[in-house]
Structure formats: C-alpha cells, structure tokens
Design a binder for this molecule. Sequence first.
Ligand SMILES: [Fe+2]
Ligand SMILES: [Fe+2]
Length: 359
Amino acid sequence: MRRPIDRREFLKRGGALLAAGALPMSLVEIAFGKDSGREGFTFAYLSDSHITHVRGREFVRNWDRGLIQAVAEANLLDPRPDFIMYGGDIAQLGKREEIDHGLEILSGLRGEVRYVMGEHDYYLDLGEHWRRRLGPDHYSFRHKGVQFIVLNSILTDDDWTHRRWPSAAERMHQMARLDNPQGSPFMVGEAQRAWLRGELEKVDTDTPLVVFSHSPLQKIYKGWNFWTDDAEQVQALLKPFRKVTVLYGHVHQIQYNQIGNISFHSVMATAWPWPYPQSFVQSPSHLPKLTVPMDRANPFFERDGTGWQFIDLHTGNADVHYLLPDNRNRVVAYDTAAGHPVDREYQDPKRRIPPQTRY
Ligand SMILES: [Fe+2]
Ligand SMILES: [Fe+2]
C-alpha cells in the first residue's frame, strides 16, 4: 500500500536513511506493470518561485527561502528522480536579475532540470532572457517509454501583447496581477498547436503521454486566468492517446481533474498559495469537478500552502506526491477502477485531520 512521506521523517532522517521505510513504496519498489515492457521512474517538480528583486543583490527573502528549501529537500530524494521539471514563474516581474537569481538557486539541484515558461518570466521582454538562458519554450523528449511535451501556454493575442501598453514594464505589471480585468486570456496559439500536431503524429497512441504547461489546459476561472483559451483544441489533439497526463503550475494550489482520456494535475508553488476561485466568487463551478481543495493556508506559518512534488509514472499514469511544508503531505494517484485521479486518504472523512488540529 502506498503511503505519502511523512514530512517529519523526511526531513529528520536525512538522505542516507530515506531508502528504507521512510519513503513511499512507489519510490522503494518501482513496480512496473509486468506486461508493459517499460521501466518505472519518478521525476521531481518545482514551480512558481516568483523570485522578486528589491535592489542591488537584495531579493524578497520569503520567496527565496521557499525555493531554497524545495531544492534542499528534492536533493534528499533517494532513489534519485530521473530528472527535475520546473513549472514556470521563476521571476515575479520578468527581470534578468530575478531569472538569474532563481537559476542560481536552482543550480543547486542534483540532476538534469527542464523548464516551462510562465507569464511572469515572459511579459517584460517576451521571453528573450529566459530563452537565452534556457533554450526553446516548447519542445518534446522521450524517457523510458514515455513521451513528454512541453508547451508555452501563456501566450496571448498580438494586439494585447504589442499594441496596448506604453512600456514593456507596464505590460508585465498588467499580466502579473491575479484579478485584472485588463488582462488577456492565455493561449497556446495556432503555431504551437501545429507543432504539437506534428510531434504527436510521430508517437504511437499506446505510448503514455505527459504534457507540461504553465496555465491549466482546461478552463477553470477566466477572471484569474486559471484558463487557456484554446484548451479544447489542445485536448482534441491529445484525444487519440490512451494515457494522457497534463501537469500545470500557475494556480499555486492542488487541483486535479479528468476530462475524457486526460488526467489533469496542478503543482504547488514554492512562493505562496492562491485562494481557490470559489472562495472569492462564491461559485463552486470554478473548481475542477474532482478536486478536494486544500485547507486554507495558515498565515502564521510562512510556508503553509506552498510546496513541491515528485511524480511517479510507474503505471504510465501520474501519481503526484505533494511535499507540503507546515502541512500534511498528500498523494493524488490515478485510480484505474475509477478512471481518474483520486486523493483517497485526504478524501476519507474518517482519516482526515480537521484543519484546526493540524498544528
Ligand atoms: Fe505563479
Ligand atoms: Fe503564472
């Protein structure tokens, strides 16, 4: 039976002792489907650090600390994850200093790191510095029988991007706000969708597919840009595949969902939690239908509501293990019988720890 890492064990025992007992079975025992012919593996996922420049070499300490802690903890995973993904929004206002400082912290990670573009990395210089440091903003790679696709999902129309704002800094400020009626919906766009179609034509439809985006490739709440405007068109391209997982950042909270053949999982931010949309607009329809929300973050614990995660692909579907500082860890795993992701332990009212007794 799988058990999430207890965070106290995780941090106190240290790397050498993690191999036995303290780790979830999924890491110790990489139990591949016997007839699949593929090798199981895990990868780690960090996201949304929002490194914020103040002046000179000064940066907002809290956001630095979140990323530093996630890097340190990810380095303790044993066995090692095969690679590490970073889900976007390294920077807060797209400045070179922020991207460079974030990458300096991330350079402490053991293992290969791949990156997704976030809107906070993009809308100052339209991704120029990010691409100079990290390369293309959409690409694909294959690993142990799984096809991975990385998309830049935070583009928007040319009029908003190029003709509306007096300066690049003003454009960045507008897109950096959560609830901005002057914002513009994110999209993958026609050119990238054509590229995606071409990539997918080369892949057998029995191959497990994992797609990384920054904004959700599903429509959750347009008012906060928890949204990708051409989500349905991207979903249609993914439809022929048997096992599809979309992993996204941007929302700074746990969300999971199933639409047709596609499982959706969000990843946590290392910086801060956003509230769930329905808590603001009083409408439950703004949450993916399967999601059991997290408890509200306790403001007295600066890392509560933040976290990072590792993902186990031993079945070809994703089991997402959330490592949550100042909170109980969670596992959202694909349930084959149900045909969608489930957080069984957290959803069980008998086992759930009431929020007021957590601390
Ligand atoms: Fe973010
Ligand atoms: Fe974002």
